[in-house]
Design a protein around this ligand. Sequence first.
Ligand code: SF4
Ligand code: SF4
Length: 679
Amino acid sequence: MNPVAMGLLLLISLSAFTLSVVRRFLPLFVMQPDVRWENPKERVVGILKYFFGQLRFLRPFERVHGIAHIMIFWGAIVVTLSTIQMAGRGFSPDWHLPGFGDTGLGLTYIFLKDLFTLSIMTGCTMAFVNRVFFRPSRMILSLEALVILNWIFWMMAMDLLYESTLFILSPDHPETQAAFLGMFGKKLLMGMGLIADSSMTSQLHAMGSWGHLILGLSFLNYLPYCKQFHEVTSLPSLFMRSLKKKGALTRQDLEDEDAIFGVGKIEEFSWKRGMDMYTCAECGRCHANCPAYLTDKPLSPMHLIMDERDHLKKKTNLMCQAALHKFKKEPEKVEAVLEEWDGENLVGDVISEEAIWACTTCGHCISNCPLMIEHVDNIIDIRRHLVQVESRFPKELTQFFKGCENLSNPWSLASNTRGDWFGDLGVKTPEENPDFEYLFYVGCAGSFDDRYKKVTIAVAKLLQKAGVNFVCLGDNEMCCGETARRLGNEYLAQHMINFNLEMFDSIGVKKIITACPHCFNTFKNEYPQFGKSFEVVHHTELIRELTRKGVFKAGKKFNGKGPVVYHDSCYLGRYNDLYDIPRDIARFIPGVKLVEAERRERTSFCCGAGGGRMWMEENIGKRINAERFEQLAATGAKTVATACPYCMIMLDDAMKEKGAEEEFEIVDLAQMMLASIEA
Ligand code: SF4
Ligand code: SF4
């Protein structure tokens, strides 16, 4: 290899790559600050698990694609060292990395390198065949992806050619001891008539080395312009992943005068969101179970991130200029430069408002993204802008916000009827029982929706039967703020949260029981953002504990309409990992035949109500609750067991829409338990 040519090749390609990377990263400096380096130990552990361990690729769901990715990923890490070594040999033919060469370490590496060359070539072939012939619906057949797979395959083929011909030219080369693949290639080529003295062998050897390096370095320069840039950004992006609780949205600082109330322009996202945009590998795992995407709404979490990334790239020149002004501490110029943008708007042109309001915040996208991209916070950022800055939201939400503001419930029902469900149950308020252990926080649906009031009563009766020392707030209860927050009205949500915190403080609340996974999630995971933590239990947790302690004994046989399927609530399951507890309750009841839906537990399908969707019209595509009801009915179950008011209301509506009330029933686990023990 010619050292001058090698020097020039490296200088030009590495300089060009550095410039491209700088150009990609500069815009992130004009995006919003976000501290992502606290708790470094946990971050390093995450890198070992999710980056090097590739844990999210090993989930049962589409394991073949995951294994193909792991083979290519690990192969790329190992083979990169060999590429460096090959480039070094352009200057000195016997050069090797320090400690490598004819040593135990060097020969072990050569063995591994051959193993991983094979692994990459097999992985590329598997991925290519899968994409072309067995492509799962989540994936797009992109030419770019196929070109990249071929590119990598031929890089490896060139490396193999280099190694095989090297062993023909230098039969005593020390690496022959370990390079099983190179030796196989050597035998193959010699079988085809190649010999050491032949000029063809030398030419093929040069072709192998130059081919590998040129393909490798040109691929490196292509990275910043294609989806494969995630090879550069995924390590820092995973290191700086969100460590906040799964079910919590980011808290907006309403006191900060400089704060931006949501995102209306790409630069108003945090720099981490920008990094996420570069990191998306376009694998489609996020929308594989997205209820909006699968029912033909104009939202796909993958396309959301890709479209934002394309928009970011279009604004790159301006944002680079702005970043340079920022480094020079010229804030007016930063703003002036960004104001020059007269292209497409982020909201409306790049991302449609319909897409933003279509999200149920079910969390499947986040839980399934191997690169831990935060789609829900991204969407809520834009909702916050639409609601708080532009007052633009679906007209049905006007009533919702008014109801919450004036009467602290989305139904706009008189707040002095909130405790009407008490009836003659003898439920006490904190004034009547100041030494209570638990506050049973009922929530808006449990207080006002006729279907769910029955669940509230069932839970209260179970607590009374078990002798739990609890109180309810009755007419003094206020909405917890969960839905207002997910609808982007952070101001209203924080008002409710602060009101509740003051009230809880004044009556000495330490433990909360709730029959609503949305209240449960927000009390457990979001209220601590405001300085106060409680022991929060969902009613299914308490009921299961009471069965385990023998307080509730197996009683009357289940007399429902048939086999039971449990529908996982997103906010109980995906956000809080409560999958077994509700099922244990169903199993505890004699005579229950529990069947399972194909989409269940972590990959369960949303009922369509979360993220405030219950309060909006659903005019596009198939109704999500109808889709979910069909999935549940396909199990052969006749009883759908739920543990969430939203799920119950949505599935009940879907059942009635189908006119299937005679055949099916929707019941809460608390109702099933009460019916069983009330012999
Ligand atoms: S949270 Fe659910 S509905 Fe929203 S984008 Fe993600 S998968 Fe789709
Ligand atoms: S956001 Fe994540 S899951 Fe979705 S396509 Fe990108 S990398 Fe894949």
